[in-house]
Design a protein around this ligand. Structure first.
Ligand code: PMP
Length: 356
């Protein structure tokens, strides 16, 4: 043996995100295709001085503001380098090697990827053919070996949501077996309802939010873990000292200070989504409002071929699936109505050309 490599890391199969997306119309990764207003960005950038860059990151000012913003205390929140890092921390802290993590499938893939890296047993609960999920199947999947249950509300990519009663049943079942429940609210603001009170008042509930979606800061990497002080304490114990950079924290803080900006972002994206769904339906397409900043559309022709054509000929990126349940759909991120017009024209032309 040349050297030791952790067997779980060695055996994990990774597919890393596509590079070279600058200059494309990006509807493939649930970012805001247009980003924050340039004037706002320029103002914040003025604060980045040599001194600012020389000092190690200090997340507390952001965290106090964020806690106020959601009506919680400082002890309820911690910042992470995107939800990506929060997922890793939570599975490291509350997962146990060889024991189980229950998620639905298909879902955001970093849950199973981190299970594989950390040697946790991933227990996926499959969607039904009609893209609904049966809560009984999630409850049945929770066993005495379960350490973590993950619910995305709404789910990426399918877009289903849970009722309070369903969540309460999952929380109770998780409690019986000594598991925590992670609720991933990456798409909060596109879907208004929240399970925040369960995270603040519960014993075993953890909520995740990200600044990559509505707040349009995917490049900065900023996520927040929200839970009771005891859970936050344990997660902080396992964290790296300087895991969130100062630029992300500064942008996060400035966004929170501008409710007008947040409202504009919400309005713009809601308008864009209503526009694209209406236009696609008018043009005879089957669509699905996935309740996040993304929709599904079923092209008349092979979804993978259309995605390829859009990329090569129109410089438009969308997401196509290998999964049997989703293979006929394209997932399209939503932005302003102007951004959606770019997608719509390219898509209609590409799908029409396939006919010729
Ligand atoms: N959770 C869900 C449900 C997501 O869809 C994504 C990103 N697509 C993330 C977490 C990761 O977000 P971040 O950019 O904060 O790492």
């Amino acid at each position: 043996m040349k050297y030791y490599v952790d067997e779980h890391i060695k055996n994990t199969y990774r597919v890393f995100p596509q590079q070279g997306r600058y200059g494309y119309h990006r509807f493939d990764m649930n970012e805001n295709p247009e980003g924050l207003p340039k004037k706002f960005v320029d103002e914040v950038l003025k604060e980045i001085t040599p001194e600012f860059l020389a000092i190690y990151p200090e997340p507390d000012r952001f965290l106090h503001k964020y806690a106020d913003f959601i009506g919680a205390s400082y002890e309820n929140v911690m910042a992470t380098n995107g939800s990506d890092m929060a997922i890793r921390y939570l599975l490291e802290t509350f997962g146990e090697k060889g024991k189980e993590v229950v998620t639905v499938s298909p879902s955001f893939e970093m849950y199973w990827v981190n299970c594989s890296i950390l040697g946790l047993k991933h227990v996926p609960v499959a969607y039904e053919q009609d893209l609904t999920i049966e809560i009984e199947k999630i409850l049945d999947a929770i066993s005495t070996d379960t350490r973590v249950v993950v619910l995305l509300n709404p789910n990426n990519p399918v877009g289903n949501v849970y009722t309070e009663e369903e969540l309460e049943r999952v929380i109770e079942r998780a409690k019986e077996v000594g598991a925590v429940v992670i609720i991933d609210e990456a798409y909060h603001y596109f879907y208004d309802r929240t399970f925040l009170p369960y995270a603040l008042n519960g014993e075993n509930v953890i909520l995740l939010r990200t600044f990559s979606k509505l707040f349009s800061l995917a490049a900065c990497r900023l996520g927040v873990v929200i839970s009771n002080p005891e859970i936050i304490h344990y997660v902080k114990n396992g964290r790296l000292s300087f895991d969130v950079n100062s630029i992300a924290l500064l942008f996060g803080e400035r966004i929170l200070e501008h409710p007008d900006l947040i409202n504009d972002l919400i309005r713009t994206e809601k308008e864009g989504k209503a526009y694209i769904l209406e236009e696609l339906e008018k043009a005879g397409y089957v669509c699905r409002d996935c309740r996040g900043n993304f929709i599904f559309v079923k092209p008349h022709h092979d979804a993978h071929e259309i995605a390829e054509k859009l990329e090569k000929e129109k410089k438009v990126l969308v997401h196509a699936y290998g999964n049997e349940l989703l293979k006929d759909y394209l997932r399209v991120s939503v932005g302003s109505a102007d951004a959606m017009k770019i997608f719509l024209n390219a898509f209609l032309e590409a799908d029409r050309q396939e006919e010729e």
